[in-house]
Each structure stands twice: as C-alpha cells, then as structure tokens.
Design a protein around this ligand. Structure first.
Ligand code: SF4
Length: 283
C-alpha cells in the first residue's frame, strides 16, 4: 500500500473534507489518547514505529502527486508525536517539498511542530491543533503535551503568521463539554477556524474510557450502548444530544467571528462543506 494515498474516511457519507492526500510517517501513535479511533484498525497502535524506508519510498511517490494537491499529515497518527524528535521523518518530508508546490495541512497535538516553524513558513501550509481538555488531558491523552504547551503553540504559530485552526474534539458528554467553551475563550484571539466533533464510540475506545472513569460506566453505557445509533463502524450519540453539545460552541464561535465546522456529524445546521479541516486557510 502506498504511503501517500488519497484520503478515504471509510467512504463515510458524513465526511465533508475536500479532496486530499493523506500521509502518516509513523504507524501508530505515542500520545495514547483513550478515545483514539485508529486503535481499532491498526495493530499495536500504541507501540508506534517509523514507516519502513520512509524517505526512499516517499521521494518516489511524491513524483506521482500533481503539484497544487493538498496533503494532510496525519489522519491516523500524529506527525509530531514523540518519535519525531528522534527520526525527524515529518521534517524530512517537509524539506522534500521546499522546491515543490503543494498545499500542506499539519494536524497535531504537539508543540514539537514549533521546531519546524521556519520550514513551515516557507511552505504553503496551515496547522490544525487539537485540544480536548484543560484539566483531563493527563488521563485522556497521557503522553501528549499539556494544555498550556498547546496554547503556547497556537500563539507562536499565530505570531509567525502561519494560519492556525483548532480542533476542539472529541466532545465527550459531561467530561469536557464545559471546558470546551472555556478553551474557546482562550484560543479565540489567535485562530481563524474551529472544528468540533462529538465522541463516536468504538468498542475498544469505550472500554478505555470506562476503565479510566469507572464512575461514569452506567452513564456511558446508557448513552452509547443502549441509546446510541450505529453509523458506519462507530456508535454515535443521539442527534439531540450531539446538537446540545455542539450548539453552545457554535454560538460562541460566531460571537468571536470565527469560521466553524463539524467533523462527520451530519447535523444540517452545522454543515460547512470543504471548510471542515481548516485547509481553506492555506495561502
Ligand atoms: S494524537 Fe491522534 S492518532 Fe495519536 S493517539 Fe491521539 S487521537 Fe490517536
């Protein structure tokens, strides 16, 4: 299977992303987020490893990708996860693009992206930073950078004039729904676009959440296993619950005059096709 391939979100009719290519320099991810959906389809996901012969293969594959294309790093791992400090595969790939005209979307939770600030400034790129919680990240995302570091990263990207959007997701009922609104207050001066989505359960991620928050076991089981609805390969909350979780964020984003989209929710009021991933910010 090629390393650089057309983005295919399991053919989900709810995905509103623009056409793009997807690249994961690493298989698996060291941030070990409890809610991660990729653990359900990638073996040994929490034991990340660099892709074999990454540079040699990617140098060949990039020649087949039309210039001007949008390339997204990464959709099933974090391109600036801890391994990147050692292997620098993401950086080497970006260096490869210096003489070429591609549009790059970086999706990360890590302040390590700031190491490549000068490089990013020379490319046509935007960064989408994900924040889920101010206080629960040590439990929800045990090996990802702190909330404070992510906030500093957003500010530094904004000062460097690199377009930055924020994914406030996943919104998990009761756990972080209040905090998401506080976070939005703090990031609003530095970002142009917000993407939100609710937590869609898979058997393994739901088990991890329940193990981490045993006092919420019956609550989560009721919302997802009893009342939730299966869509594709995930279990969604009922529409009215998702609407209630998203609407306050939408209202606040509007007050701050930020562009707003949801990710694979399918709720008609919040549709913003082609803008959901923040790639429209790329110069
Ligand atoms: S950063 Fe993304 S890919 Fe990595 S574990 Fe967390 S949710 Fe999964």
């Amino acid at each position: 299977m090629p390393y650089l391939q057309p983005f295919d979100p399991w053919k989900s009719p709810l995905c509103t992303c623009p056409t793009k290519y997807s690249l994961n320099p690493y298989t698996g991810c060291g941030h070990r987020c409890l809610y991660c959906y990729a653990t359900s389809f990638i073996k040994d996901f929490y034991h990340p490893r660099p892709k074999k012969e990454f540079l040699r293969i990617i140098e060949r594959e990039i020649k087949n990708i039309p210039e001007g294309s949008l390339i997204s790093l990464s959709n099933s791992s974090d391109p600036y996860q801890p391994l990147e400090e050692t292997y620098k595969l993401t950086r080497k790939f970006l260096e490869l693009l210096l003489e070429r005209n591609y549009r790059i979307l970086i999706i990360t939770k890590s302040d390590l992206v700031l190491r490549d600030l000068e490089l990013l400034a020379k490319l046509r790129c935007a960064v989408s930073l994900t924040i889920t919680s101010k206080t629960l990240y040590p439990k929800l995302e045990p090996f990802a950078p702190s909330y404070e570091k992510r906030l500093q990263t957003i500010k530094a990207l904004s000062e460097a004039k690199i377009p930055v959007s924020v994914r406030l997701d996943p919104i998990i009922p009761v756990l972080n729904e209040g905090e998401i609104l506080e976070i939005l207050d703090e990031i609003a001066p530095y970002v142009k676009h917000i993407t939100v989505s609710t937590y869609k359960a898979k058997p393994d991620s739901l088990k991890r959440l329940i193990d981490a928050f045993p006092e919420k076991k019956s609550f989560f089981e009721k919302l997802y296993l009893k009342e939730g609805k299966r869509f594709g390969n995930a279990i969604y909350l009922r529409d009215e619950i998702r609407y209630k979780l998203i609407y306050p964020v939408y209202q606040k984003a509007r007050r701050y005059n930020l562009s707003f989209a949801t990710c694979r929710e399918g709720l008609k009021d919040f549709k913003n096709p082609e803008k959901c991933d923040g790639s429209f910010l790329i110069p």
